[in-house]
Structures are given as C-alpha cells and as structure tokens.
Design a protein around this ligand. Structure first.
Ligand SMILES: [Zn+2]
Ligand SMILES: [Zn+2]
Length: 305
C-alpha cells in the first residue's frame, strides 16, 4: 500500500499568502482521509490534485473556526458530484450542530448520506488494512489528536522454505501468504509460519494540532513514522504558548523525542513568522529529524520490508 501525507494547510488561526488554514490529507492507495478542514481546503485539494470523491472520512480535531470553516464549502461542492456511498465525519460534540446548522441555513443538499459521529475518542475506523484512533489532547476547548495506523502485515514468503517442504507452487503459496493453514496433496499440513518470515510492522501517522505538549499525544505517537504536531510559537514565548493552549517548536520536539518517532513535522505556524528557519533550528537542537510543514508538501511513508 502506498501511504502519502499531503499538508494542505500549514498555518493556524489566520491564513497568510503562503500558509492556508489547517488541513492534512492522508492517502492510502486510492483512499483519502482528511484531518481538519480549514477555510480554503477544497482549493488546496484541487491544487494537490486530490479528488473529494475519494474521501472516505473527515476527522475534525475541534470546533475552532480555523479548523472547520472549509467544511460547508467542501460539502456543498461534493453535493454537485455523483456519489452514492456515505461520507463519514468524526469530531467532538457540537460537530453535528455545526454541519446541520450550515445545511439548514444555506439549504444545500447532497445525494449521498453524510454520517456525523460525535466522539470523545477511541477507535473511529478500521478495515482490513488500517485503523484510525483518537485521544483527547490539551487545548482551550475539547480537542482530539488522531492516529492512522496500518495493521501489521504477514512476513515475506520464503520460497526456498516452501520448496524444501515440497509445497507445490501455485494457489497454495497465496493461501499460505494470506495466513491460511493448507493441506498438501500428500496429506501433510503446512502452517503459514513455516514458510513466512517475521511479521512486518505497520506504519503509523499521527496528527496532533492545537495542543500544549501532553502525555496523551506522546503515547499515541509512540514509535510513529510521522508525527505532525502543533508548533505555533518559538520557544522564547513559551508563556504565551501556554496561555493560548499551543506548543512551542521545542516542546513539540521534546514530545517527538520522547515518543521515539521517526519524523516530526511542525504545523499550525503563527502568521507572525515570515521565516521558518529559526524555528527549525530551535526544534532540531532537540530532535534533528524535524521539518517545518509547507502547504502542498508531500511526505511518502515507506513500507517496512
Ligand atoms: Zn487552530
Ligand atoms: Zn484551536
């Protein structure tokens, strides 16, 4: 499976000419999952060549305007395009009022069902390849941080081993690779673990914005491949960050280090910063594998072999 993260909006609170309001897309092969939907998200999706028709679900962190104002516009546009399967929208209590209120006052319809799930956290989605989980983070209102996790995959098929055991090549290989116990024509039973290498780790991506540094996010992000974290302020104004319930880039870097993540992407940058260089320097002193999010930046997450 190809997993790609596309930053659609790397700013926060107020958009700038180079930083749109928060939204992050995660693409798993052809499927698309959207985290937050700041104003202008549908235009950013168009620029990134992401089709709203591929959306499986939208995950809203909290009900601050900079994270949800893109939702009415996106849903209105989607209403004009044929689609039958439902669109799932998850987020904190109050989300239903926001979407339904917009629908009522603007009078827009959609041909497909919009299923809104208000949640305080837990496992929100799973299928046979991935799962999406949410935990509360630490902001001025109730907020969720999200992880998208790929399930562990069976190990590589060891052809030499299969030959040694006289497993005839063909469909039996496929069934063993899929985890099935098979019976050979001569009556012997072969278990998958006899012909498979060790299970391969699944990838994990975490999105945690608008939060002070907190334990819940550090735990959710444990050994994540990519952590996208609030990095609204530089560390010289930690008091202000604390008052406003955000993180400094150094605090985010400490969370990344503690959670042993592979890569940290800082996002929700304050509009006051025209140059991100000094922020990056501060963060890299603590956690070298840090990048500052840019709009339309793509991060490919390589598969474990
Ligand atoms: Zn925000
Ligand atoms: Zn907020």
């Amino acid at each position: 499976m190809i997993i790609k993260i596309i930053i659609l909006g790397s700013g926060g609170t107020i958009p700038t000419l180079t930083r749109n309001l928060p939204a992050v897309a995660m693409q798993c092969d052809g499927r698309l999952f959207l985290f937050d939907c700041g104003e202008g998200t549908q235009m950013q999706m168009a620029r990134a060549k992401l089709s709203p028709g591929k959306l499986e679900g939208i995950y809203i962190s909290h009900l601050h305007g900079d994270h949800v104002m893109g939702l009415p516009g996106l849903l209105m546009s989607m209403g004009h395009v044929p689609r039958e399967r439902p669109l799932f929208i998850f987020g904190p209590p109050g989300l239903n009022d926001f979407v339904e209120g917009n629908r009522r006052s603007l009078g827009f319809q959609s041909q497909f069902p919009i299923k809104i799930h208000e949640t305080m956290g837990g496992r929100l989605f799973h299928d046979d390849t991935i799962e999406i989980e949410a935990v509360p983070a630490d902001h001025s209102c109730f907020i969720l941080a999200f992880s998208l996790k790929e399930h562990e995959r069976p190990g590589l098929f060891l052809v030499e081993e299969a030959r040694r055991l006289d497993v005839p090549p063909g469909p039996l290989y496929g069934r063993l690779q899929a985890g099935e116990i098979v019976t050979l024509p001569d009556g012997r039973e072969i278990r998958p673990e006899q012909v498979l290498g060790p299970a391969r780790r699944g990838r994990k991506m975490v999105y945690a914005t608008d939060t002070r540094p907190c334990d819940q996010v550090a735990e959710l992000a444990y050994k994540a491949d990519v952590l996208i974290h609030d990095g609204m302020f530089d560390d010289d104004i930690r008091d202000q960050a604390r008052q406003k319930h955000h993180s400094t880039v150094v605090q985010a870097a400490r969370i990344a280090k503690r959670a042993k993540v592979n890569k940290l992407i800082l996002t929700h940058l304050s509009s006051r910063y025209h140059q991100a260089g000094p922020l990056l320097e501060q963060a890299r002193r603590i956690f070298p594998s840090t990048r500052i999010a840019r709009d339309l930046m793509e991060i490919k997450v390589p598969m474990y072999k």
